[in-house]
Design a protein around this ligand. Structure first.
Ligand SMILES: [Zn+2]
Ligand SMILES: [Zn+2]
Ligand SMILES: [Zn+2]
Length: 375
């Protein structure tokens, strides 16, 4: 994929926000034969190139180091510290229990989290217009417009989402503004061009009902200046901004998206999955390429299956809509500890999860109910 922005086919970045594009007069489309193929149907169409056939063989991976990998063990002291800093951050929790509790049991487990990110680019084209202000028109007489996927643009950094609009070269045409018919202004609808309206206070009677005094609001004239046009009787055309002409052109809209697939391995502990999905983990494996291949031989079979499922899902979802630019898959180890403790004759449970020792409390002896949300 060659995307040198200095290439002569590179396009102007449109920093302005165009008015939502209305369909231009039909004869406009007929005058652009080179884009006929692009504007069939509803005049918005997506084009994507065919994917290159994968030519890379599955890397031989060695997982033996995985089995040797050790997650730092959460000690009683670490577990208590984690709980203390948790209760101190919550107004509803008293810290006495956290200091006095007796830890009975620590159940440790290291979970595996698989993540697949697929960074893709999609392109659509649409007619749009802007007020015609400068006098150079890059129309079909200057050459044939490049096809949608042949237009070279600067790609943002990988995995950073963005949407940008570009003017397609040689697609411009200048037409009289269809809103004001080339006048640049139109008659004010508030006063029908008069510049004044009937006084709302006296309804044009010049004096208030049953009153001898003249109306103060209109000084007895019965009319007030039109507020819609400030008394001018006409308004500048908002479509052409008074320029009388519009530059119609085909706009290329490119969206870069990062699609995410996530899976956390099975575990016996009762900690909510959404916490584990966000928990900080330790990266065991990272694979980034224009296209990644499913992991087939990871010691945990559900991780291998997740990799296969994620890659299949992304390719099915994106194949007809976008071009894949980069993929990244990671396997992380997320430590999870279930802590059973004893306090004033009762037992309670909480969890310490992630490499940064976050806490999830199931029940806690000293808790009031002021309505703050517990995590
Ligand atoms: Zn009046
Ligand atoms: Zn008016
Ligand atoms: Zn106009």
């Amino acid at each position: 994929m060659d995307r040198d922005p200095s290439d002569e086919d590179s396009v102007t970045d449109l920093s302005f926000e165009a008015e939502s594009p209305l369909a231009p007069p039909a004869e406009l489309l007929e005058r652009l034969p080179s884009y006929d193929w692009l504007l069939q149907g509803d005049r918005r169409q997506i084009f994507f190139p065919s994917l290159e056939a994968p030519g890379r063989l599955q890397d031989q991976r060695c997982w033996s180091w995985f089995l040797e990998h050790r997650v730092p063990v959460v000690t009683e002291e670490v577990a208590r510290e984690a709980l203390l800093s948790f209760v101190n951050s919550k107004c509803c929790y008293g810290s006495t229990a956290a200091g006095d509790l007796v830890i009975r049991e620590l159940k440790q487990q290291a979970l595996c989290r698989y993540r697949l990110e697929t960074f893709s680019e999609s392109r659509i084209s649409e007619w749009t217009f802007q007020p015609f202000t400068n006098h150079s028109v890059d129309g079909p007489q200057k050459g044939t417009s490049p096809r949608l996927w042949d237009i070279k643009v600067q790609v943002p950094p990988m995995f950073q989402e963005d949407t940008r609009k570009f003017q397609v070269p040689h697609s411009s045409l200048v037409k009289e503004c269809h809103k004001c018919h080339g006048r640049g202004r139109y008659k004010c609808s508030g006063c029908h061009g008069a510049g004044t309206v009937r006084c709302p206070s006296c309804s044009g009677a010049k004096r208030k009902a049953k009153s001898a005094r003249r109306c103060q609001m209109c000084s007895g004239s019965g009319r007030r200046r039109c507020s819609t046009c400030s008394g001018r009787g006409n308004k500048t055309c908002a479509t052409c901004k008074g320029e009388k002409k519009l530059l119609h052109f085909i706009q290329l809209v490119i969206a870069w998206k990062n699609n995410l697939f996530e899976f956390v391995s099975e575990h016996q502990l009762d900690c909510p999955g959404e916490l584990l999905a966000k928990a900080r983990g330790e990266t065991l494996f990272k694979d980034e390429n224009a296209m990644v291949y499913p992991i087939v031989d990871f010691p945990l079979r559900d991780i291998s299956l997740a990799s296969q499922r994620g890659i299949a899902e992304h390719s099915a979802a994106l194949a007809s809509r976008a071009r894949v630019l980069q993929q990244r898959q990671t396997i992380e180890l997320v430590p999870l500890t279930e802590v059973h403790y004893w306090y004033q004759g009762k037992t309670y449970v909480y969890y310490v999860y992630g490499t940064d020792h976050r806490v999830h409390v199931v029940d806690y002896p000293e808790r009031c109910c002021c309505g703050c949300t517990i995590l």
